[in-house]
Ligand binder design. Sequence first.
Ligand code: SF4
Length: 447
Amino acid sequence: MSISTEMNDEIAIKFDVNEKNPSTKEILKEKGQREVFCGLTGIVWLHRKIQDAFFLVVGSRTCAHLIQSAAGVMIFAEPRFATAIIDDKDLAGLADANEELDRVVSQLLSRRPDIKLLFLVGSCPSEVIKLDLSNAAERLCKKYLPKVKVLNYSGSGIETTFTQGEDACLKSLVPEMPKTFPHSPKRLLVVGTLGDIIEDQFSRLFKKIGIEDFDFFPPRISSKLPKIGSNTVFILAQPFLAETAIELEKAGAKHIASMFPFGVQGSYDWFLSAANEFEISEEKVKTELQPYMDRAKHAVNKSAKFLKGKSVFFFPDSQLEIPLARFLNGELGMKLLEVGTPYIHRKHVEKELSKIPASTQISEGQNVESQIDRCLENNPDLIVCGLGLANPFESKGFTTKWSIELVFSPIHGFDQAGDLAELFSRPFDRKEKIQELNPQPELVGGV
Ligand code: SF4
């Protein structure tokens, strides 16, 4: 489901991207109606990653439809998520929602003994009736521990956008991580959900460059949560984990500043930044990674030939926008018109921002109407946006890329750099093929 939330009238606050560089264009900060998925969407990839966890959304039929259609569940499968429907009786305060919830959880756990970690996921309806899910989780934990651990977080559209669901989920897991001993050796923690295949590739590369002690968070099995303490250094694999990062720092871990592992430059910087922390020389990192970089550059260049010079406009969606824009500009030669993103966590994207050309308009938050106007005025060759905006733009003759695909596809690292580039060239191929089959006058611009 795509949510359209009326907030305040537009407030455009401007401030410098980089105060030391006055030539840098100011960030446009907007508030208003936004077009973005809610945080429940994260369940789609989180339930695949943590294989013994179950996500129980405490929500409405709308919430159930959202995750079922987004995850494309087969009806005969035993999925690892469900929705406890809050119906009219609960909303009217005629039923004790806590009793109902306990009953649903008891039914679920007796039917599914494989569940070791149960997340109660808050939604707009559970917020509206002020159902205290942290109390519920505590109560249920007492009842089912040690067999099942019960945690809670919110994926509500009132509180979260799209990828913030993962941030909220991982944040809730941090206090459960076992503590390291004070003098144990330094260990790297890679933070953010990655496909298993990417984790395996990254594990091989860490070992090649000389990092032997590392863990991924979240883990594939909930009982194997990595240890954390003052000897933990962590590197983010995703740019949308601000709250999780704060929680990890509170637990004593140190953040490694780096670019994100998208494209050749981002991936190289990511591995190098991790290696620096372990006092591994740049020469060693370069020697080991060179063959991977060469292969990735070759794959990226195939799309670069086609995309070079084309302009792109990003609507805010997943918080991946700034690193992806850096990749499109730096490695594919695309011209950045506007890069919209829901939130900017400066500390995490500082290195990325420094690579974005000063002429680019960066915007944070959204007022969708005025952003559509700016987009039409700019007349970009490619628009990266959510599903709700893509079809109307296509019908006006524009070429679009669905931003949701960038979250669901494996795009991290050297081996995926060519595929990532291709994700942006494919919409042009598709358009060309459609036009060959059905030649029509172009409607681009001025609509
Ligand atoms: Fe819609 Fe809110 Fe449920 Fe998300 S949490 S599907 S925005 S009702």
